[in-house]
Write a protein that binds this ligand. Structure first.
Ligand code: KG4
Ligand code: ZN
Length: 362
């Protein structure tokens, strides 16, 4: 959309965890500029994201990253229509950096500020798929990332109800922890998936926790412990001196991945079945049924998950949209959801605080 003053342009900023990202996005969704600085090498030696290191790396990178995105888009700050930033959930120190940068630029350039829920943005990545319906909502949304594994009933992009989520580890966290047990590089999800592709997924029978539980909650910590015992035998904690053969690694990865994916797929199928029979007129609470599943977050890049969800969609007859792999992990392009908040007049004020959201139900 172009106004008399020129195209409407959004600057989107993302710094919730360990990627510093910025993008300039037109109202029609066209991305004019974007930049992501990852911190993988900084956290690799620790086998997980170290919050203080993450915050300090954001501090170094945030302005160069924004500068790169804005220059790539060939716009001046004054030409922007609004500035959006993810203010929740995430690591406190990481969130602070992005939010302070966004507020400062909003003040300096006199632009409206929009605060984004990072998880809602992960789901919105599905709206950005080529060929997606003009409005992909309502839908059931599954977020599978390093920090979250949750199901939502999404009435619109920005009006979502939390249905349930993990009561302990997130799926991505379990991938990362299993990778660390096997001395695989960080972040572990991609490495585990690579080995899993060559392993026997029936070599170990790992638990599918809560798979028969009728609710929408998940649990992955028991699975993680089962993997630990499969590798070391019960009682042993130290992996450093353990020799694990490549074949065992491949089989553990394949069996673990199958257990995670089986649970995720089963829970999605059940949530969709429950919601597709709901009718807008007789279900005030859910405000309508849906037969569409949208999936986002880093673990949504997993090939087995994508394949098994596609098979479930085909056999159960539901519509499925999974974020493209490059928009599964953290990025600022999914911040295009800010246009929905812009249209709804939902702006933040310059005293915006962060909401790390350590509680469940985000
Ligand atoms: O969404 P994301 O970039 O960050 C959070 O918001 O948490 O997700 C990162 C997570 C990590 O745990 C990473 O290991 C996992 O996504 N991941 C994968 C794959 N690619 C990334 N897990 C399984 N298979 C993959 N292919
Ligand atoms: Zn994320």
């Amino acid at each position: 959309m172009t106004s008399a003053a020129g195209p409407e342009l959004l600057l989107s900023i993302e710094s919730t965890c360990d990627e510093t990202a910025a993008a300039v996005i037109r109202r029609d969704g066209t991305v004019l500029g974007q930049c992501i600085a990852t911190q993988e090498t900084l956290h690799e030696q620790f086998g997980g994201v170290v919050p203080e290191i993450a915050a300090r790396a954001h501090l170094e990178r945030i302005l160069p990253v924004i500068d790169t995105a804005v220059n790539q888009a060939n716009v001046r700050g004054e030409e922007l229509t609004a500035i959006a930033v993810a203010d929740r959930p995430g690591l406190a120190g990481s969130l602070l950096v992005g939010v302070v940068a966004a507020k400062t630029l909003a003040l300096a350039w006199n632009k409206p500020l929009i605060a984004l829920n990072h998880l809602h943005a992960h789901l919105y990545a599905c709206q950005l798929i080529d060929g997606a319906p003009d409005d992909i909502y309502p839908a059931i949304g599954l977020i599978v990332s390093g920090g979250h594994t949750s199901l939502y009933h999404c009435r619109t992009a920005i009006d979502l109800d939390y249905l349930g989520g993990t009561i302990d580890d997130a799926a991505g966290e379990a991938f990362d922890k299993v990778a660390a047990m096997l001395s695989l590089p960080f972040p572990g999800g991609v490495e585990v998936a690579k080995l899993a592709a060559e392993g026997n997924d029936r070599a170990y029978s790992f638990p599918r926790s809560m798979i028969h539980d009728p609710g929408d909650n998940f649990s992955f910590s028991g699975l993680k412990t089962a993997v630990r015992y499969a590798i070391t035998g019960p009682g042993r904690q130290d992996f450093s001196s353990l020799e694990i053969s490549d074949q065992v690694k491949r089989d553990v990865c394949a069996s673990f991945e199958a257990a995670v994916v089986d649970v995720l797929v089963a829970k999605c199928r059940r949530a969709i079945k429950r919601h597709r029979n709901r009718n807008a007129s007789n279900d005030q609470e859910s405000n309508g049924g849906t037969n569409r599943l949208i999936v986002g977050g880093g673990v949504a890049a997993n090939q087995r998950l994508r394949r098994d969800l596609q098979a479930a969609a085909k056999s159960d007859g539901f519509e499925l949209w999974i974020a493209p792999p490059h928009l599964c992990t953290d990025n600022a392009v999914m911040g295009a959801i800010a246009w929905k908040k812009f249209e709804a007049g939902q702006f933040a004020s310059l005293d915006l605080d962060i909401t790390p959201g350590l509680q469940r139900g985000f």
